[in-house]
Design a protein around this ligand. Structure first.
Ligand code: UTP
Length: 288
């Protein structure tokens, strides 16, 4: 079965990014010249997923507005002859069919994904966290979709994490099937270095079969009252195979202030129009 749909949970509080994220959704933070949510929607669309459900909450309607048509703006750009900007605005609006989904309370990533059940309507689907930017030759979600098409089972993205990383991510117990593909035998949410099964962390990209929704419903909340997707996948793998893919490319954790700075610097350096001037700026700033 093919995949057409993606769920993008964007209803959290973004506490690691306060105070910037108090009134402005974290997912609208700008990296170089576009907001985090746009990187994510572009990745999903570039992976062949043209129906996207964005999970939002109170005060986050701006996330939907970013992809909505704005006839007044289009008319203004047309009148001024700003053709390139007009084309760019229209390109963003046409990336995918966007559906807004509401999460009434921030009860965790697993719960946010559950809110997408009606939108998903019994199909396999991808889930992407928008605070991660993936910079990959083949879009990260596309890499997962390729494995899904072969296995017809849930696939999660894996990346190597350091000792500290085991306190931040879900960590898997993997059985290698090839260099990059693993059968997942077990997993734990933020186990810490002593209890970690491996150094392979789950990093915010998933392709699920729709049975995951039953497993999320059965998942009890954690100590903070949140339903974690890692706990739900752990239930899922009792009855169904789950695979992990060590992705090819680079990931930036933009939910974290330092990761966000790294994304800004590296992605700006990759842009031909900024590269030389930005490099000189960094060199001169380092000598201050
Ligand atoms: P995070 O845990 O990184 O986001 O969830 P957060 O909770 O907003 O941020 P911190 O940890 O307090 O700084 C990853 C993605 O899942 C969404 C977030 O909006 C983020 O894009 N999310 C998280 C939800 O949609 N609902 C939730 O209940 C929790």
């Amino acid at each position: 079965m093919n995949i057409r749909k993606a769920v993008i949970p964007a209803a959290g509080f973004g506490t690691r990014f306060l105070p910037a994220s108090k009134a402005l959704p974290k997912e609208m933070l700008n990296v170089v010249d576009k907001p985090l949510i746009q990187y994510c929607v572009e990745e999903a669309a570039g992976s062949g997923l043209d129906k996207i459900g964005i999970v939002t909450s109170r005060g986050k309607a701006v996330l939907e507005d970013h992809f909505d048509r704005c006839p007044e703006l289009e008319a203004l750009l047309e009148e001024k002859g700003q053709v390139d900007l007009l084309e760019e605005v229209r390109r963003v609006q046409g990336l995918a069919e966007i559906t807004a989904i509401r999460q009434p309370q921030a009860l965790g990533l697993g719960h946010a994904i559950l809110m997408g059940e009606t939108f998903v309507a019994g199909e396999p689907f991808a889930a992407l966290t928008p605070d991660d930017i993936y910079d990959c030759e083949t879009p990260c979600t596309r890499q997962l979709v390729e494995v899904f098409l072969e296995k017809q089972a849930t696939v999660i993205v894996l990346g190597r994490v350091d000792r500290e990383g085991t306190k931040k991510y879900g960590i898997v117990k993997p059985k290698p099937l090839s260099d990059r593909i693993f059968r997942i035998l077990d997993m734990a949410e933020k186990p810490g270095p002593e209890k970690a099964f491996s150094d392979l962390g789950i990093l915010g990209r998933y392709v699920f079969t729709p049975e995951i929704f039953d497993d999320i419903r059965e998942t009890p909340p954690d100590g903070r009252g949140e339903i974690q997707i890692t706990d739900a996948i752990r239930l899922h793998l009792r009855s169904r195979p789950v695979y992990g893919l060590l992705f090819e490319g680079r990931r930036f954790d933009c939910g974290d202030k330092f990761g966000y700075l790294e994304a800004t610097v590296r992605l700006a350096l990759k842009r031909p129009e900024f590269r030389d001037r930005f490099r000189s700026l960094l060199e001169s700033a380092l000598n201050d």
